[in-house]
Ligand binder design. Structure first.
Ligand code: NAG
Ligand code: NAG
Ligand code: NAG
Ligand code: NAG
Length: 208
């Protein structure tokens, strides 16, 4: 009986992403991968979003680097959804537009979220990503301070939401202080369970 349950779970784990060719526009607002049917991770995210500038002016182009931390046990993500959001006021709207580097167009693509062309970045194929640089272009008008916010998906049952960059300040807005910390929030830990299951699956594959 227990073996049968593990086999079923192994089959489910084999389908690593609900959306192997990128997040759907339906996930633009909440940035939550609902197709995964489990909660996000509660642990500190093993990913970081780095920015090439601490402030922005209209039409500035900022390099945004997504990378895996050395502390990550497996050191990759498979799926991502990235947007710039205001830190105050309307925090639901994606700000600015994205450009995928010419040599990354097989791996990454832009999404039109909230009816704004190229206002988000997502994966284009299911593979192991370790680091990626994408370019953000600020809107032609000042929008207040922004943060880059991402959902990183390791596999169908393991993902982190609300991974945040440091605040990129708009010099025309009221200055703020920022500790640059990740804003992970959450409800349930399953990473350990997944690791145990993955080990069991490997053993089972050898046995069956
Ligand atoms: C942004 O990335 C591009 C392409 O790799 C590079 O040419 C440019 O120097 C980078 N700019 C900054 C500010 O890091
Ligand atoms: C694309 O170019 C950048 C900068 O030259 C490099 O760091 C990156 O690894 C390249 N990406 C791929 C998929 O080759
Ligand atoms: C986003 O909008 C542009 C311009 O209308 C369109 O060419 C592109 O196909 C759209 N992208 C997606 C993913 O729908
Ligand atoms: C989106 O792109 C399309 C095609 O390039 C263009 O016609 C449309 O005006 C753009 N929409 C916005 C809101 O910029």
């Amino acid at each position: 009986m227990q073996v049968r349950i593990v086999v079923v779970v192994c089959c489910a784990l084999g389908v690593t992403l609900a959306y192997p060719y990128g997040a759907p526009v339906g996930s633009c607002l909440a940035m939550f991968p609902t197709g995964h049917a489990v909660d996000q991770q509660t642990s500190a995210p093993p990913f970081q979003i780095q920015v090439s500038q601490a402030t922005y002016n209209p039409n500035d182009v900022i390099n945004v680097t997504l990378h895996t931390l050395a502390s990550d046990l497996y050191k990759y993500w498979e799926g991502v959804l990235l947007q710039a959001r205001r830190v105050a006021g309307n925090m639901d709207e994606p700000i600015g537009t994205w450009t995928i580097m010419a040599n990354d167009t097989n791996d990454l693509k832009t999404l039109n979220c909230s009816g704004i062309n190229n206002s988000a970045v997502t994966h284009n194929v299911e593979k192991h990503y370790v680091t990626k640089v994408v370019q953000w272009t600020a809107p032609p008008q000042a929008q207040g301070h922004v943060k880059f916010r991402a959902t990183f998906v390791k596999n169908k049952v393991t993902f982190w939401v609300n991974v945040m960059s440091a605040t990129v300040q708009d010099p025309t807005a009221e200055p703020i202080t920022d500790n640059g910390k990740n804003g992970a929030s959450s409800t349930r830990v399953i990473y350990g369970d997944v690791f145990v299951l993955a080990t069991l699956c490997t053993l089972l594959k050898r046995m069956l």
